[in-house]
Design a protein. Structure first.
Length: 93
């Protein structure tokens, strides 16, 4: 009996371009004088087969904004684990 093994997937290359904005984020920085604010950024986390969320990429911080508009970010696909079918979680911190 012959068994066939699946060929390993070819490494994924390329760039993902993300355009993102937020609206009405929670204020994380409290000011004595003036409005409360936040310095948000976006993270992408790979969901591993075990269910663990592994940090893969972190974007630019937008200073003092509860309604941030991030610049278009470029993410190398290789940083996301190379599997285009694996789930990702986008998190704003």
């Amino acid at each position: 009996m012959l068994a066939e093994a699946a060929a390993p997937a070819a490494p994924v290359s390329g760039t993902l371009h993300l355009g993102m904005r937020g609206h009405g984020l929670d204020a994380k920085d409290v000011a004595l004088f003036g409005k409360a604010s936040s310095d948000p950024y976006v993270r992408l986390l790979r969901v591993l087969p075990s269910g663990v969320r592994a940090p893969s990429w972190r974007g630019t911080v937008v200073k003092q904004s509860l309604d941030p508009m991030w610049p278009v970010e470029e993410v190398e696909l290789s940083k996301l684990g190379g599997d285009l079918h694996a789930p990702l979680v986008m998190q704003v911190s």
